[in-house]
Design a binder for this molecule. Structure first.
Ligand SMILES: *[C@@H]1O[C@H](CO)[C@@H](O)[C@H](O)[C@H]1NC(C)=O
Ligand SMILES: *[C@@H]1O[C@H](CO)[C@@H](O)[C@H](O)[C@H]1NC(C)=O
Ligand SMILES: *[C@@H]1O[C@H](CO)[C@@H](O)[C@H](O)[C@H]1NC(C)=O
Ligand SMILES: *[C@@H]1O[C@H](CO)[C@@H](O)[C@H](O)[C@H]1NC(C)=O
Length: 393
């Protein structure tokens, strides 16, 4: 081979080679990963989307005849949160020509009536039921702390279950983790992580038996338990102060009170907001909700001992810990600011409802009995962790 002829090529490859060496080094630096490795779960179910499929009257007509959504019952004795700040989000819908109210005198002209079964009184229902109206079953608690409501009553379901007619976004709407462009952002997070594992709980005898799971975990690794089930206090004068405290922990035990299908609460969202890695215990399949590799699921570990071993490892290994923050890097292949599409900030529950009410051909639906769907199909588990792990400790 003629050396002098290859020389110009070699010179050409030199900067390319340097550049590639640079990319490799950059990509393997803690917290910095190649964009193509950022994978978001695509197994995402949504029904809460507003889109015009030709079944909607023009906007001007909708504005002339807005639909009325009447919150007939109270919510645990108070106002439904969609009548407050959460309802404000109706304004960002493509189909937003709906009026939300709890003024019962509007029952006759309402298009949807929302009922919370725990506040439901069978002798306190609208005097007449019109065929065009939807009676809506609205629940945010697990079947352990709610009920299926009266049989032969509801047209639509509006709950946290992903197979509801309208998926309630009360908690998921707050899933807005900060997104990063530089590895230094992870370094700053790592420096803040001066504490280990935190948990906040006030209901100690929950059906998920989370207190006992934590006690088993504590045999192998320290856990700071705040609230009446533990020994630590975060004086709740400001929510911000406690959130900042959570931000100093590497891990947050987001253990739900119930282990039931799709059941999550604001507990699941909180750690993301303060750059802490959540450890989940619930009946939800979190890979349908949150970016894959952004959380730890108790059910992926053989026992609390195995989980503790993994947490020990992550606590001392910056690179391994940083893997849980991969999804924070903004990329072109990562739309919706890093969120699965159904969690996109403009996929709002109320948009879906308002759209259904304006549809020229309204979906006809009726549930003779929700008991089977709400209770049986929720597949709730009531474990006793002490017995379950008896031979594995
Ligand atoms: C309720 O609406 C019906 C038409 O759907 C109307 O005939 C009736 O007068 C209304 N009743 C009241 C109390 O407004
Ligand atoms: C959760 O969902 C993922 C993705 O669809 C699936 O691979 C996995 O088997 C599910 N896990 C459970 C426990 O259902
Ligand atoms: C809402 O979710 C659906 C289904 O996942 C998705 O196709 C759509 O793009 C989302 N809408 C927005 C505005 O992100
Ligand atoms: C709701 O259910 C009632 C009772 O079966 C029915 O008469 C009504 O037509 C249903 N409404 C809609 C909009 O499907």
């Amino acid at each position: 081979m003629n050396f002098t002829r290859t020389k110009p090529y070699a010179l050409l490859f030199l900067p390319v080679g340097l550049l590639c060496w640079f990319c490799v080094v950059q990509y393997t630096k803690p917290g910095q990963l190649p964009p193509d490795e950022i994978i978001l779960s695509d197994a995402v179910i949504t029904k809460a989307v507003a889109h015009d499929d030709g079944n909607l009257p023009p906007k001007a007509d909708r504005a002339k005849h807005p639909k009325i959504i009447l919150f007939w019952t109270s919510f645990f004795g108070g106002k439904n949160s969609y009548l407050g700040e959460e309802g404000e989000r109706l304004k960002i819908c493509i189909v937003s020509e709906c009026i939300m109210t709890d003024d019962r005198s509007l029952w006759n002209t309402s298009d949807a009536l929302i009922f919370h079964p725990l506040d439901f009184n069978p002798s306190d229902v609208p005097p007449v039921r019109h065929a065009h109206q939807y009676y809506i079953y609205f629940v945010l608690e697990s079947p352990h702390h709610s009920n299926a409501g009266p049989p032969g009553f509801f047209n639509l379901t509006f709950t946290y279950r992903l197979d509801s007619d309208i998926i309630a976004d009360n908690y998921l709407q707050y899933f807005r983790p900060s997104l990063w462009t530089k590895a230094e952002e992870f370094d700053a997070v790592w420096r803040r992580k001066t504490r280990g594992i935190a948990m906040f709980a006030s209901n100690c005898g929950a059906p998920s038996d989370r207190s006992n799971y934590v006690k088993l975990l504590q045999r192998y690794i320290p856990v700071d338990v705040y609230g009446s089930c533990g020994t630590m206090q975060c004086t709740r004068d400001t929510k911000e102060k406690c959130d900042n405290l959570v931000g100093e922990y590497k891990f947050y035990l987001a253990f739900e009170n119930s282990i039931c299908r799709d059941y999550i609460t604001e507990k699941a969202i909180r750690p993301y907001a303060v750059d802490t890695v959540p450890i989940f215990l619930s009946g939800a399949n979190y890979s349908h909700m949150f970016p894959t590799d952004s959380f730890i699921d108790v059910q992926d570990f053989k026992s609390p001992k195995h989980l503790a071993r993994h947490l020990q490892h992550l606590s001392h290994d910056k690179d391994a810990y940083s893997a849980y923050f991969r999804f924070r890097y903004r990329t072109r292949t990562n739309p919706h600011n890093g969120l699965p599409p159904r969690l996109a900030p403009d996929n709002v529950s109320l948009c879906k409802l308002c759209e259904m009410l304006h549809a020229k051909k309204r979906v006809r639906k009726f549930y003779p009995n929700l008991e089977d769907w709400w209770v049986k199909q929720a597949d709730c588990k009531q474990p006793q962790w002490n017995t379950f792990y008896k031979d594995m400790l």
